[in-house]
Ligand binder design. Structure first.
Ligand SMILES: NC(=O)N[C@H](N)C(=O)O
Ligand SMILES: [Zn+2]
Ligand SMILES: [Zn+2]
Length: 416
């Protein structure tokens, strides 16, 4: 599809966003409601406005750009992704889907004017779970899929509650349920693959069929702080020694389980964290994923049994707190997947069906409406890292597929 006049490119929007939250040593950190996050959402709103979309922000900071259709009463077709990042993340995760959505709507408006059906692009405020012990704060509230009971009291690593962070960013903490939307017919998300399948199989586009489930826990190991020089090895209640054994056991169990199950410890806090003191307390994170809930359940049960046995051997205790339990998504919409495959075939883009080990906002939408995901390749399969990279021409192909699908849906014509 070619547009007339000056074209807005997703890669250019992405570079503007990539300058926001950039760490001095590389990587991007944009955490929910922090200054970089605010700056990024303001930039998104500005770019949406410049693209000729009508811009609005909901009660928790999700930013929408709308291209209203002539059929005002019909539900919308929505595209987009999340603006937040992990700490020291890459510039493509989340932001690409927003940039692609703005570029797609801009191009459609420029080329074809007002659609019959309303199109929207959304920049979700939070998906990663990297500041507070909750995730999908954006799409979870919009879809109404997440109970978020007690979530406003959740605290970040500095002890700031979500309630305080929201108020500090200018949002009314009690209004988060006002964000719910029931007028969306389909949600389409373009995202980097974050894995190496497309690259390995030499395909340009991934059409996602399903998204894995995941659980995240805190494991708190409690022992006793004591003197590193005077406490005999047999008398110690060393929380770190126990935690280290648990982590090694976890990796071994995940490898033995196989079948695509993955288990990760990405965060470890040791207290008091002094060279000549036996650690009395350790907290570490646990992230477990699989395509089937029963496999996750079974693995967690076995893991905690083995952790408790290790704790007993070390005369320490272990507590397990689950703060995210995301079921595997329902399948992505079959008709949208077929449309995407036809678009790729007609455009000469090599494609394949793929499942996602990463969680996505689209997984929540699949519970309330039609949902689809378009993946573009990630170089070396690397993501959640400053090394994340997708080439401009790969971005263009992904955008083209997204634009064609939105055209079919909103302008009611097939086969561009
Ligand atoms: N796309 C992602 O990286 N999503 C999630 N935050 C995750 O899978 O951890
Ligand atoms: Zn991510
Ligand atoms: Zn993401």
């Amino acid at each position: 599809m070619e547009a007339h006049g000056e074209r807005l490119h997703a890669a250019d929007i992405l570079s503007q966003l990539a300058a926001i939250g950039l760490e001095p040593d590389g990587g991007i950190t944009r955490l929910l409601y922090d200054p970089a996050w605010r700056q990024a959402q303001q930039a998104v709103a500005r770019i949406m406005g410049e693209a000729g979309l009508s811009v609005s922000t909901d009660a928790i900071g999700n930013v929408y750009g709308k291209l209203e259709g002539t059929d005002r009463d019909a539900p919308s077709f929505v595209t987009g992704s999340h603006i937040d990042s992990v700490r020291f993340g890459g510039q493509y995760d989340g932001a690409l889907g927003i940039a692609a959505g703005i570029a797609a709507l801009s191009k459609l408006k420029q080329s074809f004017g007002q659609p019959r059906r309303t199109l929207e692009v959304v920049s979700f405020c939070e998906e990663e779970g990297s500041r507070f012990p909750l995730a999908y704060w954006g799409s979870g509230n919009v879809t109404g899929c997440k109970p978020f009971a007690g979530s406003l009291e959740a605290a970040d690593a500095q002890g700031v509650s979500l309630r305080e962070a929201m108020a500090g960013a200018g949002y009314d903490p009690s209004a988060h349920r006002d964000c719910r939307r029931t007028d969306i017919e389909a949600f389409v998300e373009l995202h980097i693959e974050q894995g190496a399948v497309l690259e390995r199989e030499q395909r340009e586009i991934g059409i996602v069929n399903a998204i894995f489930g995941q659980r995240r826990y805190f494991v708190d190991v409690e022992g006793r702080s004591d003197h590193a020089g005077t406490t005999p090895m047999q008398m110690r209640e060393d929380a770190l020694a126990a935690a280290a054994e648990m982590i090694v056991r976890l990796r071994k169990a995940a490898l033995e389980t196989g079948d695509g199950l993955v288990a990760t410890v990405g965060m470890l806090e040791v207290s008091p964290g002094i060279a000549n003191v036996i650690p009395g307390n350790v907290r570490f994170s646990l992230d477990i994923r699989h395509r089937e809930e029963t496999a996750i359940e079974d693995f967690c049960d076995r893991t905690f049994l083995s952790f408790s046995a290790i704790a007993a051997q070390h005369r320490v205790t272990a507590r397990y707190t689950c703060w995210l339990s995301e079921l595997p998504s329902p399948p992505m919409d079959a008709e949208l997947r077929e449309r995407l495959a036809r678009i790729c075939d007609a455009s000469g883009y090599a494609h394949l069906e793929i499942s996602s080990g990463a969680g996505h906002d689209a997984g929540l939408f699949a519970r309330i409406c039609k949902a689809a995901m378009i993946f573009v390749p990630s170089r070396g399969g690397i993501s959640h890292s400053p090394l994340e990279y997708t080439a401009p021409e790969e971005i263009e192909r992904g955008c083209d597929v997204l634009t064609q699908l939105l055209y079919q849906l909103a302008y009611g014509e097939e086969g561009l």
